[in-house]
Design a protein around this ligand. Structure first.
Ligand code: GLU
Length: 289
C-alpha cells in the first residue's frame, strides 16, 4: 500500500507562504515515497468559508506545480459521516450538550478566575468552566425542545478513563522539540466541542473521521496543530480508527516572528505571484530550495 498524504486547507482566506510550505512538503513526501497526495477542503464553517477562496486554493496549488488525487473531498458534503461518528461517541456516554453562550462562558471563567488562575488549553483558551455535564436529563430535554442553542462536548474525564497509555509517533517535532513516541495529554484540552446544534461536527471530529476514511497514513502539518494531536489520538482510539504517523513542521513566520495570517498581504501567494515571484522562488522563500 503506498503511503497517503493530505493537504487540508480551510477556504476561509487566500493561501500564504505557510500554506505553500505545508502543501509542498506533502507533495514532495508523496513523490519521494511513491505515495498519494490528497487535497481536502475543510469547509464545515459555513459562516467563514467561501467558494472563491476554494477556487483560489486550486489555482494557487496548481501554480505551485502541485498535483493531487481527485475527487477532492469537501467536508461540507459528508456531514452524515461525522454525525455517525458523533453518535458512536454518544452511545459510549461521552457526549453532553452545554447551553452556555460564548459570553456566558467568558463570564463563568471570569468568576472562576476571581478565586485564582483557571486552566487554559495549549492554544491559550480557558477550559470549559461550566457544569452542563451534571444537568438532569429532563432539564436537557426541556432546553433542547425550547430551541436553545447548544454545543455538544466530549466528557474528557470519562473519555480518558477508557484509554490508557495514549501516544503518537512523531516523525517531525513539536514547538518545543521532541519527536519519536510522544505521550498524548488530551486532558489538557478539557471538554472540547465535538459539534453544535446547527453543525454535526467540529474540526477535531471531522479531521479524524476523514483521515481514517481517506486512509491517510502520514499527516504532515504545521506545529500549531502539534498539541491538538492528543485530542485526535483520543478520538481515533474511541472510534476504533487506525493510527496514522504525524510529521509536524515548523511554521513560516513574518519578519516580526508572528505566525502568518490569511489577511497578511505581503506573504499571500496571489500577491507574490502578481508581483512576479515564481514558484521556484516560493520554494526558496520557504526554505525548500
Ligand atoms: N484545516 C486546517 C487548517 O487549515 C488543517 C487541518 C489539519 O491539517 O489537520 O489549519
Amino acid at each position: 500500500m503506498p503511503p497517503v498524504f493530505r493537504f487540508a486547507p480551510s477556504p476561509n482566506g487566500f493561501l500564504h507562504l505557510g500554506h505553500a510550505y505545508s502543501a509542498l512538503l506533502n507533495f514532495d513526501r508523496a513523490r519521494k515515497t511513491g505515495g498519494l497526495l490528497l487535497l481536502r477542503i475543510e469547509d464545515i464553517d459555513a459562516t467563514r468559508c467561501r467558494p472563491d477562496y476554494e477556487t483560489a486554493i486550486y489555482e494557487d496549488l496548481a501554480w505551485l506545480g502541485i498535483a493531487w488525487e481527485t475527487p477532492v473531498r469537501r467536508q461540507s458534503e459528508h456531514l452524515a459521516d461525522y454525525r455517525a461518528a458523533l453518535e458512536k461517541l454518544s452511545a459510549l456516554g461521552l457526549v453532553y450538550p452545554a447551553f452556555e453562550s460564548r459570553a456566558g462562558i467568558a463570564k463563568l471563567v471570569a468568576a472562576r478566575e476571581a478565586h485564582g488562575p483557571w486552566p487554559r488549553d495549549p492554544d491559550g483558551a480557558p477550559l470549559y468552566p461550566g457544569d452542563a455535564k451534571s444537568l438532569p436529563a429532563d432539564e436537557r430535554t426541556r432546553l433542547i425542545a425550547s430551541g436553545a442553542p447548544y454545543a455538544l462536548r466530549l466528557d474528557m474525564a470519562a473519555a480518558c478513563r477508557r484509554v490508557a497509555g495514549l501516544s503518537w509517533n512523531e516523525l517531525g517535532e513539536g514547538p518545543d522539540g521532541g519527536g519519536g513516541i510522544v505521550p498524548a495529554r488530551p486532558e489538557a484540552w478539557g471538554d472540547v466541542i465535538l459539534a453544535r446544534k446547527e453543525t454535526p461536527t467540529s474540526y477535531h471530529l471531522s479531521v479524524v473521521v476523514d483521515d481514517a476514511l481517506q486512509g491517510v497514513s502520514e499527516i504532515v502539518r504545521g506545529q500549531d496543530l502539534f498539541y491538538a494531536t492528543s485530542v485526535h489520538r483520543l478520538l481515533q482510539v474511541l472510534l476504533g480508527l487506525p493510527e496514522p504517523a504525524y510529521r509536524h513542521h515548523r511554521l513560516i513566520r513574518d519578519e516580526a516572528g508572528r505566525k502568518l495570517s490569511k489577511s497578511s498581504r505581503s506573504t499571500g501567494l496571489r500577491e507574490l505571484r502578481a508581483a512576479g515571484v515564481t514558484p521556484a522562488t516560493i520554494r526558496r522563500l520557504v526554505g525548500l530550495g
